[in-house]
Design a protein around this ligand. Structure first.
Ligand SMILES: [Zn+2]
Length: 143
C-alpha cells in the first residue's frame, strides 16, 4: 500500500515537471497559419515540353483552411519562407495541444489513483478505531 502510494506520488511529481516543456510551444510568439504547403507536380499540356518526358513541373501550393472553406493558393516564391514558418508553427502548436490533452488525462488518472489509495488507507485507519455504527447511532442526538 505505502509502496503503491509512493510510486504514485513520484509519478505525479514527474508528470508535473513535464508541464513547462509542454507549454513552451503554446507560449510562442510567432503568428500561426492554419494550413500547409505542398509540392504540386503536373504536366502543362504543351506537346514538346519536358513534362511529357516525365519531368513534371513543380510548384508549391498553400492549402489554407482558415476562414471557411479550404483553399489552394499558389503563393509568390518570396513569400514561401514566411508562410512555411507560420504553417509549421501552427502544426507544432496543434501537436503541443494534443500532448497537453494526453498529459492532462495522465495527470488526472494519477490524481484519482492517489486519492483512491489514500481513501483505502483512511478506511483501514477508521476500522482500526473500532467505531461500530450501532455505538455511533446510540450516542447521536437528534436535536
Ligand atoms: Zn510542360
Amino acid at each position: 500500500m505505502n509502496q503503491q502510494l509512493s510510486s504514485l506520488r513520484s509519478q505525479l511529481l514527474k508528470a508535473q515537471e513535464e508541464l513547462p516543456k509542454l507549454l513552451e510551444e503554446c507560449l510562442g510568439r510567432e503568428p500561426l497559419l492554419p494550413g500547409s504547403l505542398y509540392t504540386l507536380r503536373r504536366k502543362c499540356g504543351k506537346p514538346n515540353c519536358r513534362c511529357n518526358r516525365g519531368e513534371l513541373h513543380e510548384s508549391t501550393v498553400l492549402s489554407y483552411r482558415g476562414n471557411g472553406r479550404p483553399r489552394n493558393i499558389s503563393p509568390p516564391p518570396e513569400q514561401l519562407g514566411s508562410l512555411r514558418s507560420m504553417t509549421h508553427a501552427y502544426r507544432r502548436c496543434r501537436q503541443a495541444r494534443a500532448k497537453l490533452v494526453r498529459w492532462q488525462r495522465q495527470l488526472l488518472t494519477l490524481v484519482d489513483a492517489l486519492e483512491a489509495a489514500r481513501v483505502q488507507q483512511g478506511e483501514a485507519e477508521f476500522r482500526k478505531l473500532g467505531i461500530s455504527p450501532s455505538v455511533k447511532k446510540s450516542h447521536s442526538s437528534r436535536s
